[in-house]
Design a protein around this ligand. Structure first.
Ligand code: HEM
Length: 122
């Protein structure tokens, strides 16, 4: 249940994030602002669903450390998306944050799908 919520929430975040960046590129500041607000609400959903998945690892799981690291990488990914959204609105350089976003998302995907046992994939 929470895995579905988690995956839906971050998949939606990626879509909303790309829309924000495109709208900023087109100079549509007002539209970007509205989508950015929805994106921020969606961050809360990611944090809530990720936090409740993380709770499963407390209380003696040998993978608790990796799960915590997965959560930190997820927070890093959210932070990078927020920085890129803000900076693209002000036409500031975003390259460094794009690089961080790619690293953080790779880490979350590898740890989430590849290493940690809960979730959809066998
Ligand atoms: C944009 C941000 C995020 C992305 C792209 C992401 C991605 C993923 C993926 C791909 C999975 C595996 C789902 C599956 O196995 O079916 C997962 C699970 C999980 N995520 Fe996230 N996540 C993000 C944010 C967070 C945050 C902020 C937290 C913690 C507060 C978190 C904690 C977890 C935990 C504990 C799991 C369960 C791992 C498992 O047992 O499989 N995630 N996430």
């Amino acid at each position: 249940m929470n895995t579905h919520l988690h995956i839906t929430a971050w998949a939606l975040a990626f879509i909303l994030f790309i829309v924000v960046v495109i709208l900023h590129k087109q100079g549509k500041a007002k539209g970007a602002k509205i989508i950015q607000m929805i994106l921020r609400l969606d961050y809360l959903l990611i944090l809530y669903s990720g936090g409740s998945l993380l709770a499963n690892y407390f209380g003696g799981s040998p993978m608790m450390g990796e799960a915590i690291f997965k959560g930190l990488a997820g927070i890093w990914a959210i932070f990078a998306m927020e920085m890129i959204s803000m900076k693209s609105g002000r036409e500031e350089a975003t390259k460094g944050w794009w690089i961080q976003l790619v690293i953080a998302v790779l880490l979350t995907m590898i740890l989430g799908f590849g290493r940690l046992p809960l979730g959809l994939l066998p």
